[in-house]
Design a binder for this molecule. Sequence first.
Ligand code: ARG
Length: 563
Amino acid sequence: MSEMETKIAHSVHELFGHECVVNLSRPEAAFGDYSTNIAMQLAKPLQQPPREIAEKLAEKLRTSDMFSDVSVAGPGFINLRVTAKSLADQLDADWSEKYGENSDGAGKTVVVEYPSPNMAKPYSTGHLRPGNQGWAAKRLMEVTGWNVITDNHLGDYGAPFGTWVVGFLRHSSNEQLEASGVYELGRIYIVMKAELKAEKENGDTALADEVQSWLLKLENNDEQAISYSQRFNSISLEHIHEMMTRLQISTDYEYGEAFFAPIGKQTVQKLCTDGIALQNDDGSIIVPLDDQGIKTPLLVQKSNGAALYATTDLATILFREETWQPDKVIYAVGAEQQFYFQQLAGLAKKLGLKTELFHLWFGVIDQLNEDGGREKMSSRTGVVLIEELLDKAELEARKLVGVKDISDEDVGIIALGAVKFSDFVADRRTNILFDWTTIFALSGFSGPYIQYAAVRIAKIIADAGEMSVEKDEYDYESEKAILLKLTEYPEVIARAARDIEPHKVATYLYELARGMNRYYETIRILDGDDAVAKSARIELLRKVHQVFVHALSILGIRVPSRM
Ligand code: ARG
């Protein structure tokens, strides 16, 4: 409870001899700064009309200098106005370098899995959201006290490998591979996909069989197959790392599907012995999940004995349990895999695991086509490559800041800020529209708008230089809206972390930035001779700046040194 909430709870205790927990909420500004329905909650236990309880409580609260106005409304709401000074004092009391953070997750471990791209193709915009949302999840868990382990669950197993080898032998060469690396692999993959599709339509299987034979060779540790696999994977992995570095995301571990496939197959055998998994007539193996309320069983092994996506995930769950004993595992994966992750959670329960498997799902990124309609970003021309997107973002960032001499690093920070922030402008479950004008709009709900607000504050603080702090004499009435916003921050983090909803942090940042702009309209911070006012305001600006930097860091965004 905040100081105010504690104060109200104390008053209830003094008046009625009753213990309670008070949660203040924020009503519309016209009603007050805070409001509480505690009188309604107490009506039953105290056997008194709520309005009467509210009147008595309000009278008592009016005697405290914490509140400048206390009124009772409707059936028994209590609306409160606080003095700006008491808000400033509360903020001072709560302040630290980690302001906003809490220790809800103390003693608990979470594994956060992102961005988990597939090896077969160049990193596409399809893996932008898993990276952004996954990183925000990691940060939200960190700032709420969890022990956080991050893992990049690479899609490095299965069909792509066979497709690559056959495609390489038929359509490529060492020279081409050396020259174009992962793009050559991507090209081969697309060509092969088309050929395989055509073959299937003709009812042939020669090419598909060849792909399978290479997969089998790899499973049997054939030397040539291993050498191809290592070569292709290292090209692909190097590219993935390069892209992650550009996106400024990283993970502690990188256990890919290939690592888990053999363990998964052994586990499936064990599950069969234990009667948890069942073999079908065609040889395939399933785990029935009806006892978990899920009608469709999970297929954990193909009829030909090959491991599946689910086989590797089965092994992954058990490996994590053994290695880290996590209380929670967060998977940053798109909405299309929702049912699969429900099955996976059912499987984990069935195996007796206590770990909560949390599917952090999100919608797709849409873009506008020529006709003005929405379409999935990666649908039209195949894939939109991440590096092309980031290159363009850097050009846009340059345009935005104009000819001013700004370092490449700052331009990169602004570009990335714009791209990443767009991921958080709405609830993650909705599809988002990627639009170059909106994401760079200096006057809208955008990364650069927030970054600019932070840069502007830093500039004022720098211009102020060293100032002695005499803020005790200051009443903060002009700063009240900002103070109210700052005292809200810890609750924003707590709420955002509960269901991993980083857009709540983004919305908060926007409101804070807007609040600051309104403030500048009324107050010339460094003008005038009032030294007390100046020093108090600069002190407050330092706090606002810290919150900007902190909240942006949750979204994986940095503040440029100028813009
Ligand atoms: N590689 C997969 C994809 O790109 C995502 C992996 C998700 N993680 C998992 N444990 N299944 O769709």
